[in-house]
Design a protein around this ligand. Structure first.
Ligand code: NAP
Length: 483
């Protein structure tokens, strides 16, 4: 990696502003998923070393909370300025360790930074309340206070944004934070840590611990001094972390898996709908939790849709993220294998392959953008999160039928629909059992709106004014003023 600012490439954990190796010296290699070359390594910290970080976070928290929201906001804005100034290097690090096209990495850095700027300001608006009392001498006041030491466990698919949307509200509200990034994409996190130091964040306020998920996960869930854990990842791991956190009754935010329906009614603008599906399905090579997973197209326009969609999909370029194609590689060999198995299961049970269907002939770490039809409920693809560039298309007849199908899943993160019928817009939005509904657009994530799910997609919201609630406690003060 030819970085303009080589100090951004850190291969140590960040504990109390020190770049640390683990005492036992064990390290974990990090590879470029496109060509499997080793790009560096990170320390495999012991549980005791993670506990040290918790102690530093605890020691730092009071002084950080004693600063005004304006002072904290100033530091957060300086951090964001440095991220902007280093965006090319940060994008290069991200593409090298994650595989997404450079333009998507740059887009993610901008998106990640939008949370820092948003919460730098939102910290100034953590309002309490005064409540009219039933008795003349009483006063009822509500104070919002930082929850304390927080922790975040984040996945590989958005190595920067999943961090900043947890760290920024935590820091803005006066909490300190310990982040455990995914071992496949730790360098984006560590580069953000370096810039946070340069921005003047005090010691212990943001620490980044690297190593085995289970070892670090146990400390972050079971340590009594950690008051809040925010996790983004699969529903399976989310449930495990929730169970582990029970002994200390931690406040939790869980942003888990999705199985997004994408519904196109026959009164929709078909070209716009195709554009929406393309951006929702193939961004990050299909590896996002809000990717269109089940694409329902009303029967009258189904054949036309399939033929137009196929042309668009076949025009997508695929290759090394560094060459900035439309789609980069998948995160690892296991992901390629899972994708092949999911597709084979569908094809063996009678699905029709419209296009794609294999890894790229020249780039085996990439999977060709794929379209399948004739899906039945016996196929795994109808129920599981695909997390790969496979678009599964289903015809439907009526509004009530498609709503029932869309809701027939334990997940409830994002849902999409296209229609120009106003009354239907209300009906469909109200009846979809999802935390987020997008109409006539395939992209819904923004720092100004609440991101999060219902059902087994988890709970808690990130971004917007609601994102701050996750990092504050509500204290009720009852005061008798006498006389
Ligand atoms: P995953 O297996 O749940 O892993 C997520 C993170 O948790 C990884 O860093 C992983 O570390 C760590 N982890 C695994 N087991 C752990 C344990 N016992 N204790 C502590 N940490 C543990 O998910 P994934 O397959 O990598 O990521 C994709 C999933 O995340 C999808 O289901 C997707 O829908 C979901 N996701 C959700 C959102 C959202 O906002 N709702 C956003 C992005 C992704 P190791 O990799 O080292 O095991």
């Amino acid at each position: 990696m030819q970085l303009q600012n080589p100090t951004l490439f850190r291969q140590h954990a960040l504990i109390n502003h020190e770049w640390r190796q683990s005492a036992h010296g064990k390290r974990i290699d990090v590879t470029n998923p496109f060509d499997q070359t080793i790009i560096g390594s990170i320390p495999d910290l012991s549980a005791d070393e993670v506990r040290d970080a918790v102690q530093f976070a605890k020691d730092a928290q009071k002084a950080w909370a004693d600063k005004t929201a304006f002072e904290r906001g100033e530091i957060l804005h300086r951090w964001a300025d440095l991220i902007d100034q280093n965006i090319d290097d940060l994008a290069l690090i991200m593409t090298t360790e994650q595989g997404k096209p450079l333009k998507e990495s740059k887009g993610e850095i901008g998106y990640a930074n939008s949370f820092i700027r948003w919460f730098a300001e939102e910290g100034k608006r953590i309002y309490g309340d005064t409540i009219p009392a039933k008795h003349a001498k009483l006063r009822h006041i509500v104070l919002k206070q930082p929850i304390g030491v927080c922790a975040a466990i984040t996945p590989w698919n958005f190595p920067a944004a999943m961090i900043t949307r947890k760290v920024a509200p935590a820091l803005a509200s006066g909490c300190t934070m310990i982040v455990r990034p995914d071992s496949q994409t730790p360098f984006s996190a560590l580069a953000l840590g370096e810039l946070a130091i340069q921005a003047g964040l005090p010691k212990g306020v943001l620490q980044i611990v690297t190593g085995e998920a289970k070892v670090i996960g146990s400390v972050l869930t079971e340590h009594p001094d950690i008051k809040k854990l925010s996790f983004t990842g699969s529903t399976q791991v989310g449930k495990l972390l929730m169970a582990q956190s029970a002994s200390t009754l931690k406040k939790l935010s869980l942003e888990l898996g999705g199985n997004a329906p994408f519904i196109i009614f026959d009164d929709a603008n078909i070209d716009k709908a195709i554009e929406g599906v393309m951006s929702s399905k193939y961004r990050n090579a299909g590896q996002t939790c809000v990717c269109a997973n089940r694409i329902y197209v009303q029967r009258g326009i189904f054949d036309e849709f399939v033929s137009l969609f196929k042309q668009k999909v076949e025009a997508l370029s695929v290759g090394s993220g560094l060459d900035d194609p439309d789609l980069g590689c998948l995160i690892n060999e296991k992901a390629i294998k899972n994708t092949q198995e999911l597709l084979k299961d569908a094809l063996d049970k009678g699905a029709t392959l419209i296009t794609g269907g294999t890894p790229h002939p020249k780039h085996p770490a990439c999977f060709l953008p794929t379209v399948v039809t004739d899906i039945t409920s016996q196929m795994r693809i109808a129920h599981e999160e695909i997390f790969a560039p496979i678009a599964a298309l289903y015809p439907f007849d009526t509004e009530s039928e498609v709503i029932a199908q869309a809701n027939d899943t334990p997940y409830g993160l994002a849902a999409y629909f296209y229609t120009d019928n106003h009354a239907r817009s209300w009906r469909v939005t109200e009846r979809l059992e999802y935390g987020m509904v997008a109409q006539n657009t395939g992209l819904l994530s923004t720092e100004v709106a609440p991101f999060g799910g219902v059902k087994e997609s988890g709970f808690g919201r990130e971004g917007s004014k609601y994102g701050m609630d996750e990092y504050v406690t509500t204290k009720y003060w009852c005061l008798d003023i006498g006389e």
